[in-house]
Design a protein around this ligand. Structure first.
Ligand code: HEC
Ligand code: CU
Length: 351
């Protein structure tokens, strides 16, 4: 029984730190935005702890000092309506609230000022400092149950994994194609809703290269809990190569290496391309697959192995109930093998 009780605080800690998954904790902030938010959390926490300690100290002191003792009929001094006390306990909370409010309001304005968003650029309102600052604008569209990242300045579109350059202001323009979702990358910044018909802007920066986990944090349907994505921060040169190749993959990168893969491309062009684009060609009902073989994960949460890919193609509904991809049980084994071989050639970064 005792053991069970001990599990409660442990599981709570695991819960708030994201169960130890790398870069999924708001308590281990990376970059200016997450750091700002984390220091606000710390400030409020310290103030709360201070209030708690003082109130409990007074409470315990009073409990002992003014206890009913046998034979003691003395009534302590009554302080109801005491002006000095009233002033003290009105002033202290005002000071505490100001200590909370001032940094909160200042940071709220800093966070709300994306600076070089599309509107500011179009209306010429972006001031000189903003215009000079390196930035990358990304339109983030949430769909049940996957993410699309569109880079208007590069004509590139990516699914599920958002590449960004390090040390650069990233401006995300959040929108949705269906219901309300919410964009959260705990270690970098968080969080803001993706609302159909509305655009919410947000900015952040990643100082270090790395893979940052992202989540949808608005209940959006039966597979909401699997609506994960990745933010992959790479050095600016690699990012440039990535973004350029995503829009127009170099021929040698697209050329399937084997005959089987060529067959696979034919299957892809027959069954998949209406929903999945490779390069500029294809639909956008599903994630862009130009760099499929470089995926960290498949469909946001599965290991991208050949077995998982085959299982996904055969029956995507089993993995993500309610998603928009139909099952392909009618494809022969040979067709699926060829398809997988082709998909494993889809990459944009040579290494
Ligand atoms: C009717 C549209 C449609 C067709 C046709 C379709 N898909 Fe999909 N596919 C989707 C959607 C939508 C998703 C996103 C599912 C989710 O995660 O919610 C998806 C996801 C995927 C993923 C995971 C992508 C990622 O970014 O990790 C792969 C791989 C995939 N599809 C492969 C295929 C293959 C191969 C075919 C052809 C045999 C195919 N799809 C046909 C709509 C389609
Ligand atoms: Cu969602």
């Amino acid at each position: 029984m005792k053991f069970i009780w001990r599990l409660i605080p442990v599981s709570f800690i695991l819960l708030i730190t994201g169960c130890g998954v790398e870069n999924l904790s708001a308590l281990d902030p990376k970059g200016p935005v997450a750091e700002m938010q984390y220091s606000l959390i710390q400030l409020s926490l310290y103030i709360m702890i201070a209030v708690l300690v003082v109130v409990f100290a007074i409470y315990i002191f009073v409990l002992f000092k003014f206890r009913d003792k046998p034979g003691d009929t003395h009534i302590p001094k009554q302080v109801h309506g005491n002006r000095t006390l009233e002033i003290i306990w009105t002033t202290i909370p005002i000071i505490l609230l100001l200590m909370l409010a001032v940094p909160n309001v200042m940071d709220t304005f800093t966070l709300a000022d994306v600076g070089v968003g599309e509107e500011a650029e179009e209306s010429g309102e972006a001031d000189a400092e903003d215009a000079e600052r390196d930035h990358v604008r990304i339109e983030v569209t949430a769909n049940q149950f996957w993410w699309e990242f569109n880079y208007p300045d590069y004509d590139a579109t990516a699914g599920q994994e958002m590449y960004i350059p390090t040390d650069t202001r990233i401006i995300v323009e959040l929108q949705s194609s269906d219901v309300i979702h919410s964009f959260w990358v705990p270690a970098l910044a968080g969080k803001q809703d993706n609302i159909p018909g509305v655009q919410n802007d947000m900015w952040f920066e990643a100082p270090e290269e790395g893979v940052y986990q992202g989540k949808c944090t608005e209940l959006c349907g039966p597979s909401h809990w699997l609506m994960d994505f990745r933010v992959i921060a790479v050095d600016p040169e690699t990012f440039d190569t990535w973004a350029t190749n995503m829009s127009e993959p170099a021929e040698e990168l697209l050329e399937p290496e084997s005959e089987v893969a060529v067959d696979g491309r034919a299957v892809f062009e027959e069954s998949c391309i209406t929903c999945h684009a490779v390069g500029q060609d294809g639909g956008n009902i599903g994630p862009n697959l130009t760099n499929y073989s470089e995926r960290e994960v498949l469909a946001g949460f599965l290991d991208p192995t050949d077995e998982n890919l085959e299982a996904w193609i055969r029956n995507p509904q089993e993995y993500k109930p309610g998603n928009e991809m139909p099952s392909f049980d009618s494809l022969t084994d040979d067709e699926v093998t060829a398809l997988i071989e082709y998909m494993n050639t889809l990459k944009v970064l040579e290494n």
